[in-house]
Design a protein around this ligand. Sequence first.
Ligand SMILES: C[S@@+](CC[C@H](N)C(=O)[O-])C[C@H]1O[C@@H](n2cnc3c(N)ncnc32)[C@H](O)[C@@H]1O
Ligand SMILES: Nc1nc2[nH]cc(C(=O)O)c2c(=O)[nH]1
Ligand code: SF4
Ligand SMILES: [Mg+2]
Length: 253
Amino acid sequence: MRLVMAEVFNSWQGEGGSVEGSTFGRRQIFVRFAGCDLNCVWCDSREYIDASRVSRWRYEVEPFTGKFEYRPNPAELDDVVDAILRLDTGDLHSISYTGGEPTLQIKPLTALMEEMRSLGFDNFLETHGGLPELIKEVADLTDYASVDIKDETAKATEDWRALVLREVESIRILKEAGAKVYAKLVVTSETKIENVRWYAELLKGLAPLVIQPREPIEISQARLMEFYREASLIMGRKNVGLSFQVHKYLNVL
Ligand SMILES: C[S@@+](CC[C@H](N)C(=O)[O-])C[C@H]1O[C@@H](n2cnc3c(N)ncnc32)[C@H](O)[C@@H]1O
Ligand SMILES: Nc1nc2[nH]cc(C(=O)O)c2c(=O)[nH]1
Ligand code: SF4
Ligand SMILES: [Mg+2]
């Protein structure tokens, strides 16, 4: 089976903060799929959005060396499994499937999640959650999931409100399948407080929320904490947390 890959590397999870279901600070192997159907203005993986332009993929040869080997796309699934197992440092919390959007290549994603689970690994799905019908196909294979809520200011797609509703549906599907799920909202200085209230109402009683400033950070602390407070008043003070892309500050992948 073939798939269009971006990269495979070993690092620790830099996002998710401390809410229930977060894998922040845990050692993972990141399997980044190429291709995305959205176009968030602040996407830090932009070079992988158009899969037709990702002619080769890379895998780290030794953790934290930044040394990679390159292979042409499409990748053979077995080669991706080999790259993951070669990077197994014996202390892995889980395997992170990210991208681009991993659910767009649902067949190879499913096969990979099945294979890694059969080898005794937990599966962490990092998804924009905009494709609930595809989420259904991997929900039973998902142990942990981070599902984005794409704020209006992400400009991810035309009908952003419909996207948010699909993301909430994906969270529900994953929860019902037994996964530990949290929602991640990337905010900017332009994010509207009334939208934060709307997201919080949708998530109340469903899943905890992390609020993650868009990097590079341009939102004020005051504004960030205003969003935090509004969400907490609606969702409950134990169900909201902050998340920062900590790996970027420590210059690790
Ligand atoms: C690159 S995306 C890939 C997974 C999936 N397509 C998604 O958007 O959730 C992984 C995570 O990085 C976050 N992210 C990407 N660029 C960011 C930025 N500039 N600032 C903050 N978070 C960012 C996304 O919101 C998402 O939670
Ligand atoms: N260390 C580290 N943590 C991450 N959390 C989410 C990431 C992503 O790009 O999916 C990511 C990433 O790229 N690196
Ligand atoms: S959905 Fe994820 S990969 Fe796609 S553009 Fe947005 S942040 Fe980037
Ligand atoms: Mg990243």
